[in-house]
Design a protein around this ligand. Structure first.
Ligand code: GAL
Length: 988
């Protein structure tokens, strides 16, 4: 028999009704379930590998059930490969067991047929980092990825394709095959199915494809197969749409994406949709024979130009959100959950689509500079629970009895492999800030209990709880606990369990003891214990801190049990790093900011991690371990009561040095000679295209779309020349570009204005009627649109849809025409800088001539200072060098902050050692602080900073630039090599 979940649900309800009169009903029901299952193994595989299989409950890796708890990470958003190791170690520390990688086609391919996988594009290093951190990889190679990236990850050269993307047609098929062939060279050898193993366990087909072309999906699937992908395929439906559940193009395991809080961070208290049972209901009829999978589940939110900023997103998608929505997922049976994002990073250079600015912090659990957040700690509490409490893996839904169903929703899950029951509770009205009280009737092998016995369960505001009943752990038997479980361990002579709830909440923890003889309870006054009939009940209030309760003779063979009852704030800082993967053993430590890893060697545990202050720690050590080290140094420990060891990790303030940029010597050069009428543009590209493959219609000819001439990123210059006549009084230009773009116009060197996209008329101008007139227009672009709707939106043009001369008497002078020249980045698709790649530089004069690069000889430039004393017209460039010295053993992520009071609008580009790490818009924001990742930033020596200022209004005056650390950590950050950063001389 194969379980059909919907049916089983009603059967179990029926059994529950009958069983309510029987003795030890849960046991009977459980035995019945076991009987039903005798000899049934509904495990499925894809016919290619048995290393990754699945049934209707979970994935199985080498036959072992796992909760795939993964997080999204974009290597292309962190241009410093050694930091990939750092971030993925943090995933591991938070107890993620998986990471999902998008692979960005456009990031690797500047030109048709040209692919680069070196340096910051070395995806093998990303796999190595994942493997080292013991993370399984979900590979998502597109070809289309979305991800708030330029063209949604399509290479810009694809914009000149005639045929529609994301459908089966010869032209697109050939192009996407070209990419898949290249990326598959990396995916194939990194699969778990290889002899030597590898981290990839699942491979995604396309991304949220809504184009309904099943042949196209099928062709992608076949391409992966043909190239040697053996791991099961997956597909992330954009919501519960029933797309590609089965039939042509369907993956091995279907699932969908959900962002229940939505993306309006300016309303951070508001969540767009409630948690309910809809995923479970949908799944029961859609793909009940596969594990319930959320391939992307909201982990934060992106923020637009002019948005409220990522602190607001972090507030909206905070730890309370994580408690409620993630736990609701578990209650609904979800056993594959990938957080989008777990670490967002930087949309450096021109990587972003116009909907987002440089920072892609995303309000994710790990912040842009790699820091921990409360949500990260909350995620760890959940992940460790999920990996520890195995009966929660394979469960069936049941509806528990509660006494406040008007306000509280409790989802019941009954293990199919043990009698254990789970009760997932949250407010029925998800965002309720109320304090609601309730009881749940738990049905266990020890009988029915209306819990808690002596107080009430509470959900005080935005909270959710997973309660466990009837659970055999280590040598112990839990009847129920109203505190949530973090983890438990057998540490040799005793077992330990860590439980928690918000401070001041009441709790009950009830065990059935091994023998009938009295047990001995040692604790403090805040805990009362009652023992009768072999059942021990602890009643307590959750403390600020941790209350230990030592119960001698609690378990089988009278094994002792240490119950550690923590208040929430303290619980957040419990860590349980795995010390033996095969035996599934962990070691418990409380206090540090970050615990990266723990290794046992002989009688010592070696911890690595980070602290932000002198930190008191508590450690629960396995038997025979008598000492610990922290980042290689021995820590003095005291063995206190109840076998808890304590010690202190001393934080020593480092001597971090960095230049005060407000006092630095700056060099200045004007940077827009293109505005002069006699500027020589003879080498520029002539705009001569009369047709376009763009989706944007042009009202005039020639086509003035930058992409049609191979210029795809950043600033683009357009110079139009026309002969004056007595009839011509002006001209009209209509600009098309993405959100937050701007364009500035000069005529014969005279500034005419700076604008948002749209149409502008320039009339009654002092035009030289006898001779040559030159229009210079500078377009500051913010990337290309995505193609989420499979409608070729990514081909929306950047440039001008109309350029007309205006006559004295009639508005449109058809006879006179403008000759146009276009210039973007140096070399166009033939990159001048293949190391930094296609998105790093645009077409500003300074970018074309390498002013942003280290080593550029700026000695002849004017001396200047920032804050600037002068208001400068046209584009300005500033350069300086500065020192940073961060001592070894510390992680001090650095940033550059613009502090501005200028009212005139300007845009700015920030280049650190030649890498474009920031796009700033003083009139839009919200971003003022830009992350300078180590590796690009030389943290023990000299750095070169180049800043371009592009006024939209006639002139601009840049305010302060401040180097600033986000935080100072005494850290076990892995060593970070300098990223290859070619200099000006290298380019010559
Ligand atoms: C999803 C998409 C992701 C990302 C996300 C929003 O629909 O698959 O790539 O764009 O939305 O951040």
């Amino acid at each position: 028999m194969v379980f059909v979940k919907g049916v089983l649900t009603s059967i179990s309800l029926a059994i529950a009704a009958v069983a309510s009169v029987a003795a030890r009903p849960a046991q009977l029901k459980f035995e019945k379930r076991q009987e039903d299952q005798q000899g049934i193994d509904d495990t499925s595989d894809n016919g290619l590998t048995e290393r990754v299989t699945w049934d209707s409950y979970t994935l199985k890796l080498d036959g072992e059930r796992v909760f795939l708890f993964s997080g999204e990470f974009h290597y292309f958003r962190l241009p410093s490969p050694d930091l990939w190791t750092d971030i993925l170690q943090k995933f591991r520390a938070l107890d993620y067991n998986g990471v999902s990688f998008y692979f960005n086609w456009g990031y690797h391919s500047p030109k048709k047929g040209v692919y680069n996988f070196d340096g910051v594009r070395d995806v093998q290093k990303a796999f190595d980092a994942a493997e080292e951190a013991d993370l399984y990889v979900i590979s998502r190679a597109g070809p289309y990825i979305n991800a708030e990236t330029d063209c949604g990850g399509f290479p810009s050269w694809l914009m000149d394709m005639r045929s529609p993307a994301r459908y089966s047609n010869e032209e697109y098929n050939a192009n996407r095959k070209e990419w898949l062939t290249e990326i598959n060279k990396f995916l194939v050898p990194n699969q778990i199915t290889n002899k030597k193993g590898g981290p990839i366990i699942l491979n995604q087909l396309e991304n949220e494809y809504t184009g309904h072309d099943a042949e196209y999906m099928e062709a992608i699937k076949q391409k992966f197969l043909a190239d040697g992908i053996e791991v099961p395929s997956i597909f992330n439906d954009k919501g519960m749409n029933n797309y590609f559940v089965n039939g042509t193009g369907a993956p091995d395991i279907y699932g969908f994406d959900k962002y229940p809080a939505g993306f309006d961070c300016s309303n951070p208290k508001k969540w767009a949709t409630n948690a309910s049972t809809e995923y479970m209901d949908y799944y029961a009829i859609t793909n009940p024979e596969q594990p319930s999978a959320l391939w992307e589940f909201q982990g934060g939110a992106f923020d637009p130009w002019n948005g409220p900023g990522y602190s607001a997103c972090r507030q909206m998608v905070n730890e309370q959100y994580a408690k409620i929505y993630y736990k609701s997922n578990y209650g609904q049976g979800v056993r594959i959950q990938n957080h989008y994002m777990t670490y967002g990073g930087i949309s450096w250079g021109g990587l972003a689509t116009p909907s987002v600015y440089t920072s892609y912090d995303y309000g994710a659990p790990i912040s842009e500079p790699g820091l921990m957040t409360t949500k990260a700690y909350e995620v760890k509490l959940q992940a460790t629970f999920l990996h520890t409490v195995k009966p929660f893996l394979a469960t069936e839904y049941f509806e528990p009895k509660i006494d406040n169903s008007d306000n509280i929703l409790v989802l019941g899950r009954a293990s199919i492999e043990a009698p254990t029951k789970f009760y997932v509770a949250h407010h029925l009205n998800t965002p309720s800030d109320n304090l609601d009280e309730f009881h749940v009737t738990v049905n266990t092998t020890d009988g029915f209990f209306n819990i808690p016995k002596s107080s009430k369960l509470v959900l005080n505001g935005r909270d959710a709880k997973v309660l466990v009943a009837d659970y055999d752990f280590e040598s112990q038997h839990l009847v129920y606990s109203t505190s949530e479980i973090f983890t438990h361990q057998d540490v040799g002579s005793y077992d330990v369990i860590v439980v928690y709830a918000y401070e001041k909440e009441e709790g009950e923890f009830v065990i059935k003891t091994g023998g009938k003889r009295n047990v001995k309870v040692e604790t403090n006054d805040s805990v009362t214990s009652e023992f009768s009939d072999g059942v021990l009940q602890l009643t307590y209030t959750h403390p600020n801190g941790t209350t230990p309760v030592y119960i001698s003779g609690a378990g089988k063979k009278n094994k002792d049990l240490l119950v550690l009852i923590s208040g929430y704030e303290t619980a957040l800082l419990w860590w349980a790093p795995v010390i033996d993967k095969k035996k599934d053993t962990r070691v418990l430590i409380n206090g540090p900011y970050l615990v990266r890893s723990a290794y046992v060697s002989r009688s010592s545990v070696a911890f690595t991690g980070d602290i932000d202050q002198t930190t008191d720690i508590q450690v629960i050590l396995p038997r025979a371990i008598t000492s610990i080290t922290w980042n290689g140094k021995k820590v003095k420990l005291h063995k206190g009561d109840h076998s808890i060891w304590t010690g202190t990790l001393k934080f020593t303030e480092p001597e971090v040095k960095y230049t005060d940029l407000t006092k630095a010597k700056w060099k200045y050069s004007p940077g827009s000679p293109e505005t002069d009428s006699d500027f020589d543009d003879s080498e520029w590209t002539t705009a001569d295209r009369l047709t376009t493959n763009s989706v944007t219609t042009s009202d005039t000819l020639p086509i003035l779309y930058a992409d049609d001439y191979g210029y795809h990123t950043g600033s683009i210059w357009f110079r139009g020349t026309f002969n004056g006549s007595s009839e011509i009084t002006g001209f009209n230009l209509t600009c098309i570009s993405g959100a937050a773009s701007a364009w500035m116009v000069w005529l014969n060197g005279e500034y005419l204005g700076g604008f948002d996209v749209g149409s502008q008329e320039f009339r009654n101008l002092d035009i030289n009627i006898k001779g040559k007139n030159v229009i210079s227009a500078l377009l500051w672009t913010t990337g290309h649109e995505e193609d989420g709707g499979s409608n070729d939106a990514y081909k929306t043009a950047r440039g001008f849809t109309s350029a007309k001369l205006l006559g004295l008497n009639d508005d449109q002078n058809q006879t006179a025409s403008i000759d146009w020249k276009i210039q973007g980045n140096l070399g166009g698709e033939d990159l001048a800088d293949p190391v930094r790649g296609a998105y790093n530089e645009g077409g500003l004069y300074g970018e074309r001539y390498g002013w942003h690069l280290p080593g550029f000889p700026d000695s002849k430039w004017e001396d200047a200072s920032i804050p600037e004393e002068k208001s400068r017209t046209g584009v300005s460039w500033y350069r300086t060098t500065f020192d940073v010295d961060i001592p070894e053993g510390y992680d001090v992520p650095m940033s550059l902050r613009y502090v501005d009071e200028t009212k005139t609008r300007y845009r700015s580009l920030l280049f650190l050692n030649g890498w474009q790490l920031g796009r700033y818009a003083n009139d839009l924001g919200p971003q003022t602080q830009f992350y300078l990742p180590r590796g690009i930033l030389n943290t023990s020596g000299l750095n070169t900073l180049a800043v371009a200022v592009i006024p939209i209004d006639e002139a601009a005056q840049i305010g302060k630039l401040i180097l600033e650390p986000y935080k100072v950590l005494q850290s076990a950050i892995p060593s970070v090599d300098s990223v290859e950063s070619p200099s000006y001389q290298d380019r010559q």
